[in-house]
Write a protein that binds this ligand. Structure first.
Ligand SMILES: [Zn+2]
Length: 250
């Protein structure tokens, strides 16, 4: 258990409350209970009682924290009721926010997918149109297109013009890569940063299209365009990174 001056502190929990009860019994007036009873937060009163009195008395380095040596001093001071409370108490499991996947760029030297804002939907099946908002990137015919994370080619598709495929990312994001010179075959696995294809030649309009389905990762359909739902080829929605961070933090 750690006080607030420790990087891991302050510890907050039933264990701290029980420790305070023991410290209060170590010496009269060392840590008298406040009117509402001992709290669960490891505060400065407990820290000082330990570091100034108990630990020096007991030959324990005066850290002000409660490690095993200090706990061995406190344990005999507990009554049966508090020992029972301590034994049945289990520390709460603190859920950690899911990390945002570290997505790479679509081409060598390009910006991470996370820093792109989505600008239009993916035309195609109703599912594509609804759940795969997208951005265009690359802008040079023949440019190498990269896997933005570890992914497997989940299904074939077609882009008008060029080839396309569905990718299933390790992060659970799903992708639709469009306007490629060729599509890798279903089942092909790529590591992040590996070439998946090249940009199909549409003259000055040449680009790769990346639609992103975030439902499985973040229970979210990403916003795109000025309003979050269009219009096509407008800006204004938060970047992919910001949207995922918000959706994945608790
Ligand atoms: Zn596009």
């Amino acid at each position: 258990m750690y006080h607030g001056g420790h990087p891991k502190g302050p510890t907050i929990g039933k264990d701290v409350q029980i420790a305070k009860f023991a410290v209060g019994r170590y010496e009269t007036n060392l840590l008298p209970p406040p009117p509402g009873g001992y709290t669960k937060t490891f505060g400065t009163g407990l820290r000082e009682a330990l570091s100034v009195v108990i630990q020096p008395n007991e030959g324990i380095p005066p850290s002000g924290n409660i490690g095993q040596a200090t706990w061995d001093v406190l344990w005999p001071l507990l009554d049966d009721y508090h020992r029972w409370q301590y034994r049945v108490w289990t520390p709460p499991v603190i859920p950690k926010p899911n990390p945002v996947p570290d997505l790479g760029p679509l081409y060598y030297g390009g910006a991470s997918v996370l820093s792109h804002s989505l600008t239009h939907n993916t035309d195609g099946s109703p599912e594509l149109t609804r759940y795969y908002p997208a951005f265009d990137d690359g802008w040079i015919a023949g440019r190498t297109v990269l896997a933005v994370e570890n992914l497997i080619v989940a299904a074939a598709s077609g882009a008008n013009p060029g080839e396309a495929f569905y990718g299933a990312g390790e992060s659970k994001l799903a992708y639709w890569y469009g306007h490629l010179t060729s599509a890798p075959s279903v089942g092909t696995e790529f590591e992040k940063g590996q070439p998946v294809s090249r940009i199909y030649n549409q003259g000055e309009k040449s680009h790769v299209h990346l639609g992103i389905d975030a439902r499985a990762l973040a229970n979210l359909t990403l916003l795109y365009g000025a309003t979050g739902h269009g219009p096509d080829y407008t800006y204004g929605s938060p970047t992919v990174g910001v949207q995922l961070r918000e959706a994945l933090s608790l």
